[in-house]
Design a protein around this ligand. Structure first.
Ligand code: GLA
Length: 397
């Protein structure tokens, strides 16, 4: 073998290795943003998206950490004679580059949706066979985030399909957060760590507490139970995604929205709001912008919280280890009755998950919804928790 052949083989090898990677350094903490699907479905256009970007800033959501404005299905209508993807010329008449520029000028980032199959779930042109061409288009428009669905995929294998799109994005050279959406059907938590930055773990979230629809959609408490056992797969750069938030979409009560938001934060889930940011009530705004709850979600340790145990049948105790040896606890009342707790830190808390907390050191107990210290671990935590509500505390020295 001569030097030239050796060199060519080495270059091929290097390029395969270079291509077989996702953008590292993105999504070190769970992505935060807004997505159009839950509230608007196919009714998307550039005016509404611009207004949503404006509202993201004026509502305080941006200051609270929300960053991505993501248009879900239905922005695309066809392909041109060269196979280039065509955004709806009526609804997005200024084009995607202009919309990206608008969003970027607000200090925000811009995301789009596509699908690994020949068509999206709503029957728009999918990415199959056009991955590299689409990735180049997204990069040229200034896209920062791609949600990639899995409808109309026939015999395509999910892992291979997502790797193809990952490689295409990588080759287009614009850092793009890659959001895998095959609904947990091939257990992406086992293969997606080096493919995408987040992966859906379940079917679609419905706007309800625990309803179920025949095609698999379900309310947030059922999604919670499916996502909870997957904690060991989550961490900086790769997150379990239990779907877009339904908080503020009109069916959940404020109490339920608050619990939903708290538990998504505790599970280190991407915090992608799915409501109309232009017309949020004060209560919903307060929920979505609670910086102390968001701090649990964005904690750099990147541990997914878990259900530690269930008290009295219906009160669940959730734990999230945090950096600096802090820890968050959430008592979640899933019942229809008020539940009183009398929680003895010395009895329950000295040996948590193999880690000893010295309760005699008296950690401060801060209620993250009341936003004040309510005691120390030297005394029992006593509280009445309303039906469907949470008591969420952070312990720190
Ligand atoms: C699937 C996804 C949803 C949404 C729709 C759009 O159902 O799971 O999140 O993107 O497609 O058609």
């Amino acid at each position: 073998m001569n030097m030239r052949t050796l060199f060519s083989i080495a270059m091929l090898f290097i390029s395969v290795i270079l291509n077989a990677q996702k953008f590292a350094g993105l999504a070190k903490t769970p992505p935060m943003g807004w997505n159009s699907w839950n509230k608007f479905a196919c009714n998307v256009d550039e005016k509404m998206i611009r207004e949503m970007a404006d509202a993201m800033v004026s509502s305080g959501m941006k200051d609270a950490g929300y960053e991505y404005i993501v248009i879900d299905d239905c922005w695309q209508v066809s392909r041109d004679e060269n196979g280039n993807i065509v955004p709806d010329p009526i609804r997005f008449s200024s084009g995607m580059k202009a919309l990206a520029d608008y969003i970027h000028a607000k200090g925000l980032k811009f995301g789009l949706y596509s699908c690994a199959g020949s068509k999206t779930c709503e029957g728009r042109p999918g990415g199959r066979g056009h991955e590299y061409q689409d990735a180049r288009a997204y990069a040229s428009w200034g896209i920062d985030y791609l949600k990639y669905d899995f409808c109309n995929t026939d015999a395509q294998k999910a892992e291979g399909a997502y790797k193809t799109m990952r490689d295409a994005l990588y080759e287009a050279k614009r850092p793009i957060v890659f959001s895998i959406c095959e609904w947990g059907s091939t257990e992406p938590w086992t293969w997606a760590k080096n493919v995408g930055h987040l992966w859906r773990t379940t079917s679609d979230i419905m706007n309800c507490w625990d309803c179920k629809v025949n095609w698999g959609g379900m309310g947030w408490t059922l999604i919670l139970d499916k996502n909870e056992p997957l904690g060991k797969y989550a961490g900086p750069g790769g997150w379990n995604d239990p779907d877009i938030l339904q908080a503020g979409n009109g069916v959940l009560t404020d109490v339920e929205s608050r619990s939903h938001f708290t538990l998504w934060s505790l599970m280190a889930a991407p915090l992608i709001s799915g409501n109309d940011l232009r017309s949020m009530t004060a209560a919903v705004k307060e929920i979505l912008t609670n910086k102390e709850i968001i701090a649990l979600n964005q904690d750099t340790l990147g541990k997914q919280g878990y259900r530690w145990w269930t008290l009295d049948g219906k009160i669940e105790l959730w734990i999230k280890p945090l950096s600096n040896n802090d820890v968050a606890l959430c008592f979640f009342n899933r019942s229809e009755e008020v539940k009183n707790i009398d929680f003895d830190w010395n009895r329950y808390f000295s040996n948590l998950n193999g880690k000893t907390y010295h309760v005699t050191d008296k950690m401060n107990v801060r209620d993250l919804w009341l936003k004040k210290i309510i005691g120390t671990t030297g005394n029992n935590l006593k509280a009445a928790i309303q039906p469907h509500d949470v008591l969420t505390v952070r312990l720190s020295k």
